[in-house]
Design a protein around this ligand. Sequence first.
Ligand code: P6P
Length: 328
Amino acid sequence: MVTIDRFIIEQEHEHPGASGALSGILTDLALAAKMIANKVRSAGLADVLGSAGQENVQGEVQQKLDVLANETVIKAMDHGGRLCCMGSEEEEDLIPIPDRFSTGPYVLLFDPLDGSSNIDVNVPVGTIFSILPKRSSGPRGTLEDALQPGRDQVAAGYVIYGSSTMLVYTTGQGVHGFTLDPLLGEFLLSHPDIRIPEHGKFLSVNAAYEQHWAEPVRGLMRRCRGLTGEREAMNVRYVGSMVADFHRNLLAGGLFAYPANAKSPSGKLRLMYECNPLAFICEQAGGAATDGSRRILDIQPTALHQRTPIYIGSRADVEVASRMLSAG
Ligand code: P6P
């Protein structure tokens, strides 16, 4: 039985020069995940369901759990002395480390509760995080530290609050999954070295936007659904919670797509704290992730909340997507 804390330390020991700062961040994130899991588990009972009555930077009505999860991550992470700044889907600007706390060599970007519109109907939701190295010279982080391409991430992960609570992360040494034992209150290693199947079993896409897709996208989806005779039909599974859809495809094989469409020409999903971390995890598990023409991890960001189209999952399926979409 290997706890996440022990696993993190063992991975650190494989890097003799490691300072322990990244290990500390991951350990603190695991604690934040347990605290959020408690709130999500009892959401139906503790009157935290429903809207907090305010909008976030995305113009989306914040669910109460969104606000609680955001505050939980910030409070768990701001005093460890390992971060120079943070960025959250729920906050328009970078979150500085309070002056009373020391800073460190990493940036944390996160979506505190992805898929939150599913909270009230008990569909799995998730937390997604991305860790980048500090680049600027001053003690406090700047936007320059946050706006790095995904290939520069040192770690990335997500927590899925589903039938069980799992934390899945990578530091570039493979992808490992930990399941929360609610009695012990510990994340235990349950899925060592996750590998995504080469070919996808599931297609995850919101077909309601088909009328707004460009023709190459329509052609790709027709192929995935077995309508062109080039392959057998993939099972369509879409719950509208990226972490849940991604996690199923990571374990069983599949293609998740959120294409650009006439209504959202850059797609809907955010590059920095949704697509980049999941793309890092997916590639580390043997998969791939593209925006249709570029590797997600090679996109040079220009804004903290910028969006990107994304096709992510089993390598063979993403390669077909890239070929069909770049052929135009
Ligand atoms: P749509 C949830 O709001 C989210 O950000 C992702 O978790 C999910 O994959 C996507 O948006 C769902 O968007 O337009 O299909 O409802």
